[in-house]
Ligand binder design. Sequence first.
Ligand code: NDP
Length: 338
Amino acid sequence: AKRIVLASRPVGEPKPSDFRLEDYAVPTPGEGQLLLRTIWLSLDPYMRGRMDDGPSYSAPVPIGGVMEGGTVCEVMASNNPGFAKGDIVLAHAGWQQYALSDGKGLRKIDPGVAPISTAVGVLGMPGMTAYTGLLEIGKPKPGETVVVAAASGAVGSAVGQIAKIKGARAVGIAGGKEKCDYVKNELGFDECLDHRDPDLAAKLKEACPKGIDVYFENVGGKVFEAVFPRLNDFARIPVCGLIADYSTIFGKDTPAPKWANSIMRAILVKRLNFRGFIVRDFASMYPDFIREMPQWLREGKLKHREFVTEGIESAPNAFMGLLKGANFGKQLVRVAPD
Ligand code: NDP
């Protein structure tokens, strides 16, 4: 079988030599264990953080260790009474074709509800991130303006559509005309702007004539700089991700934060509510999420798009692409046919 391990810790942007493709023997399940075969591997921006060994909310992948990742797997053999051969499960088997599990943390997936790949997408971690961060921190009210970047991606696409369901105005920001057209015309956002447009700040002002009440922060960097002056009094800012900076070497690539004082001043004067969150903080909202999101999907109020590459060997390139916007929708690797 094949797997991808972390060969070295990236300095700045990850490069192909930071990953290594390895052969290994398909393991045999022991007592209480099951053998999983991965069908879908999810690639997510947080994996960039796992490649570093700096302080974070999760432990890094060790050098030589299998790259971490959420997966949809088929149970191939089971010595565990909770699971049978043929079950489809949500697992965290990483960037490899086969893995053993003791059953802990696995969740059975009902293939009758939705395509099984959605368990790592719109009905999984990214969808839950959008749902909880927007509703619990953003709290959009009818008529308010919600702005989100990486708007064609797994999280951002759901944020804008849920904002619309709640009666707010949704303004997306995405990379390039094709993604912006999709966000506006297919997903039904009110507006979508290109973050590479040199006039982004002026266009954002035009697109948000009543200012910004909720900024769902996925990106940081230049997008944040354009958004920040437009925030209204009492704006809510769920701080979900800062993908523009994930490969930045602080102190080397960035000057001292000249902005810090004006940000603090605005937080005080405008009574802004910035709140960072990790999706697992809101695990108690899962029952609401799994009741409402599939319903919105069925009603056609929530659309999603997948961006699939084939074979475990494709994972490193696909992941490096994800960090730069090469993906158009939820990035998945089809590791085996479903
Ligand atoms: P996406 O599917 O949105 O893919 C990442 C996208 O980020 C790219 O397609 C690209 O889109 C955009 N991007 C990359 N660099 C830049 C840049 N410099 N400026 C603007 N946009 C950029 O990924 P996800 O939906 O999975 O994740 C979105 C964000 O949510 C990430 O920051 C991620 O870390 C965060 N997240 C946080 C979680 C939490 O628990 N807090 C959980 C899950 C995700 P484009 O072409 O439009 O530029």
